[in-house]
Design a protein around this ligand. Structure first.
Ligand SMILES: NC(=O)c1ccc[n+]([C@@H]2O[C@H](COP(=O)([O-])OP(=O)(O)OC[C@H]3O[C@@H](n4cnc5c(N)ncnc54)[C@H](OP(=O)(O)O)[C@@H]3O)[C@@H](O)[C@H]2O)c1
Length: 338
């Protein structure tokens, strides 16, 4: 059934891909962004243009999504909400003001606006496997979407780095939401989706340079295929962006008696990045476009077997994600030369 879905974070890797899938599935979408510049970026994107969505796509500008009531004016007629518009921990971000605080405040402002919107039936929030893994993940014990790390008694006065702020914010966010459901008893149901690192094509990226710095988690893959070295380890669990978009829409369309949260993360070994690329693009590799690099791994164990049942098919492999990203990089190199 076609519905009207509010999607936040549509200027980002995950939100934009979900927006495209939602429009392809025939839904109407309200895509929220923070600025006119980002609205134009989405409106003029070739993939969006090709979809000719017309009145099925509304792009709504909300400059500050952290304030109470920020979403009040954009929920008219909306039946579903998919919330991906939240910071990822870029190393140069200020941990408190650019990561911890907005993560908590945006979801809280969105939920309180949804409470005032009688048409909203279902809310899906994109969390992360770090919510289940915590600050010091075990390398031997598998966790899943139902694993809960207790919240902190109080917010620390400072954070060691943006990643620590991100993990603690995602943990606090889920506990705050559970409290919201208990105390407010909303008329809508809510699910969290916990992905591992997300890799795959990002149609918002139009230059080779952008592939390295403006491509969310795909940034982390690039050193592994161009002879670089990522200076920090990343969790060894991933999901292909196509699967993640699919999962978001399926979970959004479930009825409220469905289980609440869904983890999606397959174990990955980053030392294989270059092997996948060399096999798929032997000529470009021989010509020097690709070189073996290093992406250190933080090994984790995550159980997301339920996802294949939900999708009714196998999840896409790490090799497919790597080849998709490398292929987009080559396209951009060619476009930049032309
Ligand atoms: N990528 C991954 O590997 C991964 C893994 C697990 C979970 N997730 C989760 O997936 C969600 C989306 O991540 P992504 O990979 O799409 O990241 P992304 O490409 O960096 O996009 C983030 C989106 O959130 C918006 N945003 C960031 N800070 C904001 C703020 N303070 N106020 C309002 N909007 C803000 C951005 O808007 P602007 O364009 O205006 O900055 C952008 O639309 C996040 O919740 C993230 O934690 C991602």
């Amino acid at each position: 059934m076609a519905t009207k879905i509010l999607i936040t974070g549509t200027s980002g890797l995950v939100g934009f891909r979900i927006l495209v899938s939602a429009l392809l599935d025939g839904h109407s979408a309200v895509a929220t962004v923070r600025s006119e510049e980002k609205a134009t970026l989405i409106r003029n994107n070739p993939v969006i243009q090709k979809l000719s969505a017309g009145a099925r796509l509304i792009i709504a500008i909300i400059p500050d999504m952290t304030i109470d009531g920020a979403f009040d004016s954009v929920l008219e007629g909306v039946s579903h909400i998919i919330h991906t518009g939240s910071p990822v921990p870029f190393p140069d971000y200020e941990p408190w003001s650019q990561v911890y605080e907005p993560t908590i405040l945006i979801s809280s402002s969105l939920l309180s606006s949804a409470l005032k919107a009688p048409t909203v039936r279902r809310v899906v929030i994109t969390s992360s496997i770090v919510t289940n893994l915590g600050l010091n993940p075990s390398t031997t014990v598998a966790v899943s979407s139902s694993t809960r790390i207790p919240p902190l008694d109080s917010v620390p006065p400072s954070f060691a780095n943006p990643m620590e702020a991100y993990i603690l914010a995602k943990i606090a966010e889920i506990h705050k939401t559970e409290e919201f459901i208990k105390t407010q008893k909303p008329h809508f149901s809510l699910s969290y989706i916990m992905p591992g690192h997300v890799f795959g094509r990002n149609e918002l990226i139009t230059t080779a340079d952008m592939m390295f710095g403006q491509n969310s988690s795909n940034n982390f893959l690039m050193p592994g295929m161009v002879g670089g070295e990522l200076p920090f380890p990343i969790h060894g669990a991933f999901v292909h962006i196509d699967d993640l978009a699919d999962i978001h829409l399926r979970v959004a369309m479930m009825d409220s008696s469905s289980p609440r949260d869904f983890g999606i993360a397959r174990t990955v070994e980053y030392s294989t990045i270059f092997d996948h690329v060399e096999k798929a693009f032997p000529e470009a590799t021989a010509a020097g476009a690709f070189k073996r690099g290093v992406v250190p791994v933080l090994p984790v164990k995550y159980d997301s077997t339920e996802m294949e049942e939900l999708l009714g098919r196998e999840l896409k492999s790490f090799g497919e994600a790597v080849v998709d990203v490398a292929g987009q990089y080559l396209e951009n190199l060619g476009r930049n030369k032309a």
